[in-house]
Design a protein around this ligand. Structure first.
Ligand SMILES: [Zn+2]
Length: 197
């Protein structure tokens, strides 16, 4: 929920003790690769405050939207089974002697044939992610949730604060913060619609 503005990687949450005081901070695992642009090591409490205020200001009134996995359909599997059954029946049809047996098999082959035709004409639905509104607004859920529930709310919605500190190497204070609240497309679209109306 807090990621690097330079490379997009999730920042790691760390702690250190300096002169008996404990500091929490976030740091990018790839920080060496973009040390020319700035550091991505920020005090955790301030980053979390910034995330909260930005998030509530921008997304607070929006309906909670979560990513859900929609499995693909079973068409391909059914089609493979039908074709296997057809192969078996045509093999048998070549081996039977009586007209009665041939007639029965022809009937079964006809039924399988219609099933295959039906399956082949169905559109394929592939497995995919979808965003769905699950009720309530972000502000409601945020204000009634504990730390864990808030974290989970952001995770499920794919909302992150991208952050970095410009042009300062090392240290955990000073330098100009640069940041943006990243909203997944469907949420950003909903936000754009509210702003227009
Ligand atoms: Zn980074």
């Amino acid at each position: 929920m807090v990621s690097c503005i330079w490379c997009g990687e999730n920042l790691h949450h760390n702690q250190m003790t300096v002169k008996g005081n404990r500091y929490r901070y976030y740091r990018c695992p790839n920080h060496r690769e973009h040390s020319g642009e700035g550091v991505s090591m920020v005090p955790a409490a301030e980053a979390e405050e910034l995330l909260e205020s930005e998030f509530l200001e921008q997304a607070g009134d929006l309906p909670i939207t979560e990513r859900v996995w929609v499995p693909g359909d079973t068409r391909d599997q059914e089609l493979r089974e039908a074709v296997a059954a057809l192969d078996e029946l045509t093999r048998l049809a070549g081996a039977v002697q009586s007209a009665t047996a041939r007639e029965r098999l022809t009937g079964q082959i006809g039924a399988i044939d219609r099933r295959i035709l039906e399956l082949e004409s169905q559109p394929v639905r592939e497995a995919h992610w979808e965003y769905r509104e699950v009720g309530g607004t972000y502000r409601d859920a945020w204000e009634t949730g504990n730390t864990e529930q808030r974290r989970s709310l952001l995770l499920r919605s794919g909302i992150t604060l991208r952050i970095g500190v410009k042009g300062r190497r090392g240290g955990h204070s000073g330098g100009a913060w640069t940041w943006e609240l990243h909203l997944p497309e469907p949420i950003a679209d909903a936000l754009a619609r509210t702003r227009r109306s």
